[in-house]
Design a protein around this ligand. Structure first.
Ligand SMILES: *[C@@H]1O[C@H](CO)[C@@H](O)[C@H](O)[C@H]1NC(C)=O
Ligand SMILES: *[C@@H]1O[C@H](CO)[C@@H](O)[C@H](O)[C@H]1NC(C)=O
Ligand SMILES: *[C@@H]1O[C@H](CO)[C@@H](O)[C@H](O)[C@H]1NC(C)=O
Length: 405
């Protein structure tokens, strides 16, 4: 604690030295003389503090812009009710120098602004799919410019993806999307638009419009003039629920009539833990096709079968195995093999003369497919163990999970 205080005081002192008198050679030299590394440390610390301050200022600016954006949003939507589309004035973050008409993603000569953050709000209750009126509207008479986000009474809404009855949406022939809305990863896409009239869902083939899906479960549309009057773009009241979907949700509909918020599926790789360790608690003599390691100490992932002595890889990946034995007595040689999918892959060999005994441990690492079978066989010789010794053992671990074809 004392050291901390000392450092803080030092920083303050150095601070004043720098800010008050940049050419204060004398004082700086004093510091230099006394403790060069400390001085270096402090000046880098100060630089860091400065950059942090700068970052903080930028963040604050951004926050203010966001706040402004939200308030502007509210006021505009309040005013637009029933009137023509009003401009959603861009906050000062985007200096507003560029001409919207030229602001096309294909034109690289101008900066391109993400329409998800730069759109006009179209909040006109008469566009609702359940709205009928004698005072019909025509979108051909509007000057469309740039991108639009649809609202219904201040609530985010989408265009219908289903044919809408004629004389709805405050017009004669309601305009609807014949193709589904894009996903966020699709970016900006073109979508065909049809106008329903006299029992023909596509009596009017309107020019395609551009659509983009945005984070926050909303869409922006680049509307264009439809071919005739009275045609108007629709706002589907059934999609109002989508605006209420949470961060980890998406708006779901099978029939394009009822919409609901559904949770996004988490694409998490299930991390498998696979470890086993078993021993054989007795003597092995001569040929034993498969050692049934009956004393199982660890079987994480339950991939080792104590009845058969076989380990079966539950997932594909890199595995490490080891097996051991203790051999002795007057036998020529003792051989144990590790068998993987029928192949004998590595041997533990020992040969001792006389009454001595020797322990042997072998290891093997390999990539296995899911379902591979591994066991240990005792081919010849003699291995010794009792219930407490754990000298004849077999174990293994999954090191890394891998996707294999
Ligand atoms: C929004 O409108 C309210 C009420 O008219 C007004 O007090 C407020 O200053 C406006 N906000 C902005 C950002 O224009
Ligand atoms: C791109 O913008 C420039 C400058 O406004 C304009 O002259 C040009 O025609 C545009 N090109 C396309 C493909 O829109
Ligand atoms: C249209 O639907 C909205 C949302 O469900 C509802 O609030 C409104 O009253 C309906 N309007 C008519 C004319 O049915």
């Amino acid at each position: 604690m004392l050291v901390m205080h000392f450092l803080v005081v030092l920083v303050l002192v150095v601070n004043t030295v720098i800010t008050e008198d940049l050419h204060g050679q004398y004082e700086i030299e004093v510091w230099k003389k006394e403790d060069q590394p400390l001085w270096d440390q402090l000046s880098s610390l100060q630089k860091e503090v400065e950059s942090l301050k700068y970052e903080q200022a930028i963040l604050k600016q951004k926050q203010e812009v966001m706040h402004q954006m939200l308030t502007v949003d509210e006021n505009v939507t309040l005013l637009t009710e029933g009137s023509g589309p009003l401009l959603f004035s861009p906050p000062p973050l985007w200096s507003g120098e560029e001409d919207e008409a030229d602001n096309h993603p294909l034109n690289n000569s101008r900066p391109f602004y993400d329409p998800c953050y730069r759109y006009k709000i179209l909040d006109q209750a008469w566009r609702a799919t359940n709205f009928t009126t004698k005072n019909v509207q025509c979108d051909r008479q509007r000057q469309w410019q740039g991108w639009y986000r649809l609202y219904y009474r201040r609530r985010s809404i989408q265009m219908p993806e289903k044919c809408i009855k004629a004389n709805r949406c405050g017009t004669h022939a309601p305009l609807w999307l014949t193709q589904p809305h894009p996903k966020i990863r699709d970016g900006i896409v073109f979508r065909r638009v049809c106008g329903h009239w006299r029992n023909k869902c596509c009596a009017f083939k309107s020019p395609p419009i551009q659509v983009k899906a945005c984070r926050g479960n909303y869409y922006v549309y680049r509307f264009v003039k439809p071919p005739a009057c009275h045609l108007a773009y629709c706002a589907d009241v059934n999609t109002l629920v989508c605006g209420r979907c949470g961060r980890n949700q998406y708006c779901k509909s099978r029939d394009k009539i009822t919409y609901r918020c559904a949770n996004k599926r988490r694409r998490k790789i299930k991390k498998q833990a696979v470890h086993f360790f078993a021993s054989y608690p007795g003597l092995l003599n001569g040929k034993v096709n498969r050692i049934k390691f009956s004393r199982v100490l660890v079987n994480e992932g339950r991939a080792f079968n104590r009845q058969t002595g076989v380990f079966r890889a539950p997932v594909s990946g890199v595995y490490q195995f080891y097996f051991s034995s203790q051999t002795g007595g007057n036998v020529p040689a003792t051989n144990l093999w590790l068998v993987i999918n029928g192949y004998w892959v590595t041997v533990s060999h020992s040969a001792v003369k006389g009454p001595s005994s020797i322990g042997s441990l072998s290891t093997y690492m390999t990539t296995l497919r899911k379902g591979s079978e591994v066991y240990v066989t005792h081919v010849a010789g003699q291995s010794w163990a009792n219930s407490a010794s754990n000298t004849i053992t077999f174990g293994g671990s999954l090191l890394v999970q891998r996707k294999l074809e």
